[in-house]
Design a protein around this ligand. Structure first.
Ligand code: TNX
Length: 635
């Protein structure tokens, strides 16, 4: 039963200084309310010097705010309490999800649930306004294929028919078919199996060849279908492509068919076709992560950057530091880490055990996906510092700098010896769990001015001749790179790793997120570059201008079409073509905290990134993609 409800309103002021957020708490209980604290989390934060009205301000921590009812105020049953502030941090609100996401009333040690409505816009703002659009148009060819093949020549079509691999085929081929058939069954349990082992379907013949890398070739003839490949990954890719087109033809016979004559000759545009997932702001269960990997594999994506740590929670079990996944993985009323985003009302906990991480690694590997674990250091470490207070520099004044998300003093301190013991242990444990080549160490968004008031840092800067935050971060990363190499791993990070040029560029992988023009800039400096520009591949961006559209907008409005149309090599000069190692979609979860929101935000843009990663730019086609992408599996 709802007993309290919060509605929030903004005035639509274009400047943060004038931005007013007014909240109205409705007392729908049958008791008068007094002496309570309303705690809420809002990505539009209150400025330190904001003007507060109707309440006294209590604890504030990043998006978390406490407002205390004025002494003597009694809200009768059915009555309301209005309060709020003028003067904000973050971005001026542009969408309904920019206000309070969750709230709770704290009174006499109890946490009373509060339902929270959308942020209401300033006067005159159209509601709902333009919404996400993914048009359906008639198809030129009756082929279900995402990503679209690099080359195809189809001379005749036939109705869908299950495909069978003879039981006499080598065990490795049967096992490969089984992997893809099982993937299909997990994704589409209601649909008929496109592939099976037997003799009663259209016959499939697998032929190993010297086709390089991930390539495959399908030949269609009246006697059956031949798949040629040169590696396990090539065989997997060909089987997924065949399963996808057969699934289409079997489940929508009016729309799709199977080729009866002709060939598909296919090869990926980039070797790295990735997706990243933030499990710190919102915790996704092992089952959800595995399901997400399944949806990636169906589009032949092959890299998963698992963002395991951030200010809001540490999610990877580390044997040496159980606190990381106790207090460091938990936030909520009365805890060291207060609630953030969608979950301030309760204790919110989540982490993966080592066995669970191993199971995810194995699940991914079976689908041809390599996992790149990310521990976000030295910034974004609020949860670490809360769980392991010995890593906090005792001589650094509290709140001497703040991150862009509003966290005070949230960076590991490179001048403390205990920081290095911590990193050595964590890297050793992760290196053992994750067999891939890379460990991603974040390095994003350490605020300008970070560490400057730490006496230990001042001494380090003096001895090492380092000036400013970037130089210190760069010194830090050089040492982290050595540590990783000692454990047989190479360093990956966000584009800020390049600031201060401390690391050895060769064999350093950078995910370029801030702008598309970082791709040529970083490639010219010799880094391996993965393009993940916020302006096209950040799936937490709003998908339309409309007020009702959920998401953030720091990189603009990223419609599915804009995301799809982006050419990741577009800014590379001719002589640098080929310098881009791949592309990646990023799923940050401040705004994505239910499967429904995930599906709205992530698809079809994720599959657009998959196609950009595979299909040559000249063979891409938005209307075709828009129609086919509606058939792709979701979370
Ligand atoms: C920037 S991208 C961040 C994240 C946020 C994201 C939201 C990056 C390396 N840092 O901490 O979640 O923007 O879009």
């Amino acid at each position: 039963m709802t007993t309290y409800r919060l509605e929030a309103f903004t005035n639509g002021a274009p400047e943060l200084a004038d931005c007013r957020i007014e909240m109205v708490l409705h007392n729908l209980s049958d008791q008068p309310l007094s002496g309570a604290v309303l705690a809420m989390a809002s990505i539009t934060r209150m400025a330190e010097d904001a003007q507060v009205f109707g309440a006294d301000i209590g604890r504030r921590f990043a998006n978390y705010h406490e407002f205390t009812m004025p002494a003597g105020l009694v809200v009768p049953p059915g009555g309301t309490w209005s309060f709020g502030f003028i003067g904000a941090r973050g971005l001026p609100p542009r969408h309904r999800t920019d206000g309070p996401k969750s709230a709770v009333l704290l009174r006499d040690g109890a946490a009373l649930p509060v339902t929270v409505g959308d942020l209401h816009p300033g006067p005159g703002t159209p509601r709902p306004g333009p919404a996400k659009q993914v048009p359906e148009t008639p198809l030129d060819l009756p082929l279900m294929a995402i990503p679209w093949p690099a080359a195809l020549q189809i001379d005749a079509w036939q109705p869908g028919h299950p495909i069978s691999l003879p039981p006499t085929a080598p065990a490795a081929d049967r096992a490969a078919l089984d992997t893809v058939a099982a993937l299909h069954k997990r994704l589409f349990p209601e649909a008929a199996a496109p592939l099976h082992i037997g003799t009663d379907g259209l016959t499939l013949t697998l032929i190993p060849t010297d086709l390089p890398g991930e390539r495959y070739r399908l030949d269609f003839a009246p006697e059956g279908i031949t798949l040629r490949y040169g590696s396990d990954q090539g065989r997997f890719n060909g089987l997924v492509a065949l399963a996808q087109m057969t699934h289409g033809a079997l489940s929508e016979p009016g729309q799709f068919q199977l080729p009866a004559a002709g060939a598909i000759s296919d090869a990926p545009r980039f070797g790295w076709r990735g997706a990243h997932l933030d499990v710190s702001r919102h915790f996704w269960s092992v089952a959800q992560v595995m399901r997400f990997l399944d949806t990636m594999a169906w589009a032949r994506m092959n890299r998963f950057q698992w963002h395991l740590t951030d200010d809001e929670g540490w999610r990877a079990e580390i044997l040496a530091y159980p606190e990381l996944t106790r207090s460091g993985a938990e936030r909520g009323p009365g805890l060291a880490l207060p609630g953030q985003y969608a979950h301030v009302e309760r204790r919110y906990h989540g982490h993966y055990t080592r066995d669970e991480m191993r199971a995810v690694v194995a699940h991914a590997a079976a689908l041809g996906i390599e996992i790149l674990p990310e521990i976000d250091i030295p910034g974004h470490c609020t949860a670490v510092l809360a769980a392991l207070p010995h890593l906090v520099d005792p001589d650094e004044p509290a709140d001497s700098y703040r991150s862009v998300q509003g966290y005070p003093n949230n960076a590991l301190n490179p001048a403390l010896p205990q920081t290095w013991d911590f990193l050595e242990t964590v890297i050793a444990e992760l290196a053992e769990l994750f067999p891939g080549r890379w460990i991603h160490v974040g390095a994003d968004e350490v605020p300008e001015g970070a560490w400057m008031d730490s006496p230990a840092i001042q001494r380090l800067a003096q001895t090492e001749g380092l000036q400013g935050t970037a130089a210190i971060q760069s010194w830090f990363l050089r040492r982290v790179q050595q540590m990783l190499r000692h454990h047989g791993k190479e360093l990956a990070g966000w584009d800020e790793v390049s600031h201060g040029a401390g690391v050895d560029q060769e064999n350093t992988l950078l995910v370029a997120w801030q702008r598309p023009d970082l791709v040529p800039a970083l490639a010219a400096q010799g880094y391996r570059v993965i393009a993940s520009p916020g302006q096209a591949y950040y799936l937490d961006m709003v998908q339309a201008e409309g007020w009702s559209e959920p998401g953030t907008a720091w990189a603009g409005t990223v419609t599915p079409e804009v995301s799809y149309a982006h050419d990741p090599e577009g800014m590379l000069p001719e002589d640098q073509r080929g310098a881009l190692a791949g592309i990646q979609a990023c799923i940050w979860c401040e705004h994505i905290y239910t499967p429904e929101l995930f599906n709205h935000m992530v698809y079809p843009r994720l599959h657009g990134v998959a196609e950009a990663g595979w299909t040559p730019q000249s063979a891409r086609n938005w209307p075709r993609f828009a129609t086919l992408s509606a058939r792709m599996p979701r979370l």
